[in-house]
Design a protein around this ligand. Structure first.
Ligand code: GRF
Length: 190
């Protein structure tokens, strides 16, 4: 069974879905949730879920937290983590770090594309579909190998809030299982 750390900066709905999914999985277990944001909703969620939560300052504690993670977990899952992942983190967890992006990469990715900004850009582009992308994290962040994408229909110009709600449903439905399939493959290579 692989040990999972989740990195989050926001409300933590994805982190909660992953904790609950892996509570029933023979392949992985969420051991810790790590956040950079003292106001993140994920802090309350992790205490309600009984999962250790570590708040850290990425500008001054990156090295020590990386050392902790390297010695205590097997894989990292980014679930709404908004800081750039340092290159030594990417190298330490090469092939063992994934991220979820709330759009169909490579479109609507890259700098500044997070949260409601993504859905506003999708709405302004009058797209008729959007979705989520679960991908490996490499040095170029949103450009790692794609593990899976899931789509949902939208109407051109649909409100960003309405799009966000449809995307959240996709996240809740697919993230756990996609992460488990990835973890299974890693386990089998060990
Ligand atoms: C989600 O939309 C996720 O796709 C993106 O950041 C958001 C995090 O939401 N990476 P939450 O904090 O998990 O509720």
């Amino acid at each position: 069974m692989l040990k999972i750390a989740i990195l989050a900066s926001g409300s933590g709905s994805n982190a909660q879905a992953l904790v609950e999914y892996f509570a029933r999985s023979p392949w992985g277990r969420v051991e810790i949730i790590v956040t950079n944001n003292p106001r993140a909703g994920v802090i309350d969620r992790s205490s309600r879920l009984g999962i250790k939560c570590l708040l850290f300052d990425p500008t001054s504690q990156s090295e020590e937290v990386l050392t902790l993670l390297r010695s205590s977990v097997d894989v990292l899952i980014l679930a709404g983590y908004l800081k750039k992942i340092p290159i030594n983190w990417v190298r330490s967890f090469h092939g063992r770090m994934i991220n979820i992006h709330p759009a169909l990469l490579p479109k609507f990715g890259g700098k500044g594309m997070y949260g409601i900004h993504v859905h506003k850009a999708v709405s302004d582009s009058r797209e008729t579909t959007t979705g989520i992308t679960i991908h490996q994290v490499n040095e170029h962040y949103d450009e790692g190998a794609i593990l899976a994408q899931y789509r949902v229909e939208i109407t051109p110009g649909e409100s960003p809030q309405s799009i966000q709600e449809k995307v959240r449903i996709l996240e809740q439905k697919h993230f756990g299982q996609t992460a488990e399939t990835w973890i299974k493959q890693i386990s089998k290579k060990q």
